[in-house]
Design a protein around this ligand. Sequence first.
Ligand SMILES: *Cc1c(COP(=O)(O)O)cnc(C)c1O
Length: 450
Amino acid sequence: MPIHNFTPEVEALAQEILAYSLHRLKDDPPLDGPRTAEDLFNEVGNTITAKGLGGHEALEVFTNVLAKACISTDHPRNLAFIPSAPTEYSNLFDLVVGASSLYGGSWQEGAGAVFAENQALRWIADLAGLPQSAGGVFVQGGTNGNLSALVAARADARKKFPNTSRWAIACSAEAHSSIASAAHIMDVELLKIEPGADRKIHGDEVGAAIDKLHATSEVRVFAVVATGGTTNLGIIDDLETVGAATHARDIWFHVDGAYGLAALCAPSVRAKFNGVEKADSLIVDPHKWLFAPFDACALIYRNPEIAKETHTQHASYLETLHDDSWSPSDYAIHLTRRVRGLPFWFSLAAHGTDAYTEAMEETLNVAHSAADLVRAHPNLELVMEPELSIVAFKRKGWKAADYQKWSNKLLADQIGFIPPSSDKGEAILRFAIVNPWTKVSDISMILDTL
Ligand SMILES: *Cc1c(COP(=O)(O)O)cnc(C)c1O
């Protein structure tokens, strides 16, 4: 049977797939959990065959076996890493994006979709207080967003300081691992700055560390990365003073807000991000705390022209695309791209931004209640007051192995997914609360097992 043909079988399969999708959206998701590859092979065998399984059969393999071996990231008691909580509208619209073969690399091919994505980016740029000239692109994730921004930053610095042979990125010792990864890929050094007692980096420390490096070596710092909400604890660097110290030295200021900058839309915490308006570039992942499906990172530049000069790919077959129009491919390390910001745009456009503020405040409230419950719990100790929606705590008397054992049992019992983390070399537990379906009762249910 030809694979491009809308036959009655395809129609029937479409109904099955839509029914499954509806069920997955409507009913409480199971938590589920991983199985070994061997175990899965024993159950489904080799699914790639010369004759094919048929759509119905392949779907059954997925729904009955494979899907159940994937932890539901949107389960209200999955508080691991940074989970996800896409709105129904954004998930539904992802089906439309998938069905439409939209191309999001160039304005010529995807003007309507790119226009919509850009309006969603504009909302974030406005929340951050960036100028009208700001703009960017949705990339796959924060790792790519950080790297793309830093590559643009170095290109800018090369123009300003052409005689420099060695470059460095300055960031907090608590910065996300993707910054070290970017430095590694770019073959530049990493100037790690020890944060103060409040666990944040400030302008003074950053300025002093950079001045010392510049005075004592050939290495020049081309970008300072501040974090707008660390992934482990949700700590926000002092963006105001770090931004000022960075610009005073004619250095690019990048704010990594993959998790935390989502909360720019929450008035109760907005002031914690003061100084973000100084950013030359910033990222925030709508797939983390802005209720969008994987995978979407909003990468925004103060001056997108610099990024365009850096990232535009030139090839004979592409030159036809290069005019004054806005082609998303030109602003990051990628060419072909799915319009991954469109599910986010649709939900934001349909619900309105007030609904986002409300959902965000709801998760912050639950985080505060969770911190209260931890404080009141006889066996637990709060690591710090939550700055955003991450609640970190210790179980008195436990060693790392005890945490792991507890976590394994919690998943095996299908109560929740809370893998242990660590802070200052000691094991901790953390709740990353980004899901408005997570209720205080869910937190209690987990705490009762401690
Ligand atoms: C999650 C995260 C990243 C990486 O983002 P991905 O989308 O997972 O690539 C970078 N920085 C911070 C602060 C993060 O929380």
